[in-house]
Ligand binder design. Structure first.
Ligand code: NAG
Ligand code: NAG
Ligand code: NAG
Ligand code: NAG
Length: 192
């Protein structure tokens, strides 16, 4: 209960359906307006708070009032630049190919559509890393085909290759930090 703690900055991590329930309550409890900053972490459809939902009884107007001013962040999942990277596809060409494979299905109702560029680049990262190990392994008299889960030499080469990934993907520039997390641009938005 944020009210009892006199919280003013509230960070929420919910799925979209929960977010609607939360903001309906936010409206009823008057936990919105200039005194509060809501910071949402999650990937929501556009206008998620206007979507008809039988589990809440707030009107679209009430929901719109409650979500006003909230802040969200999300990682940029589609390269905003028109460049041909490792795959020789621009991000727009990638989307066009994906759309044609969907065969007329609505992307907004297709789970994973938004994240697809990340998955596509992940496969490229792996393919490029494997390719990059071929030379160093050869120098040690080994081959990728000799891989097994007990062989540390080959694992270390694959790890090193992935850790030093750096290429232009359909999701943006692909690099990993020392912990192996993807480093990407973050988009910060405030609803007004
Ligand atoms: C929503 O439901 C509650 C309890 O079920 C009721 O008290 C309230 O009047 C309803 N609000 C609206 C806007 O329908
Ligand atoms: C990359 O794609 C462009 C446009 O489809 C094409 O003209 C070009 O030949 C491709 N390059 C390679 C190396 O495949
Ligand atoms: C794969 O590795 C070879 C060298 O072993 C290199 O010449 C080639 O460019 C690499 N391919 C890609 C797509 O990076
Ligand atoms: C992976 O790369 C990062 C950045 O280049 C480096 O700091 C880190 O030590 C590397 N990790 C390993 C295990 O090689």
């Amino acid at each position: 209960n944020p009210q009892r703690q006199d919280a003013r900055i509230i960070v929420g991590l919910f799925y979209e359906t929960e977010a609607r329930k939360v903001f309906c309550e936010v409206y009823k409890e008057k936990l919105y307006g200039k005194k509060y900053v809501w910071f949402l972490i999650g990937w929501y459809a556009d206008n998620w708070f206007k979507i008809k939902d039988p589990s809440i009884n707030c009107t679209v107007e009430q929901m719109t009032e409650a979500v006003e001013g909230h802040v969200t962040t999300e990682i940029v999942m589609l390269n905003p630049e028109t460049v041909r990277g490792a795959s020789n596809l621009t991000s727009q060409e990638f989307l066009n190919q994906l759309m044609s494979k969907l065969g007329g299905k609505n992307p907004e109702e297709t789970g994973g559509f938004q994240e697809a560029p990340l998955a596509y680049d992940a496969v490229w990262a792996l393919a490029l890393a494997l390719n990059k190990t071929v030379g160093p392994l050869k120098a040690k008299g080994r081959r990728l085909e000799d891989f097994n889960y007990n062989n540390r030499d080959i694992t270390a080469e694959i790890y090193r290759a992935l850790n030093t990934s750096s290429f232009e993907g359909v999701s943006g520039h692909v690099v990993f930090d020392a912990q192996g997390s993807r480093m990407a641009w973050t988009l910060i938005e405030q609803l007004q």
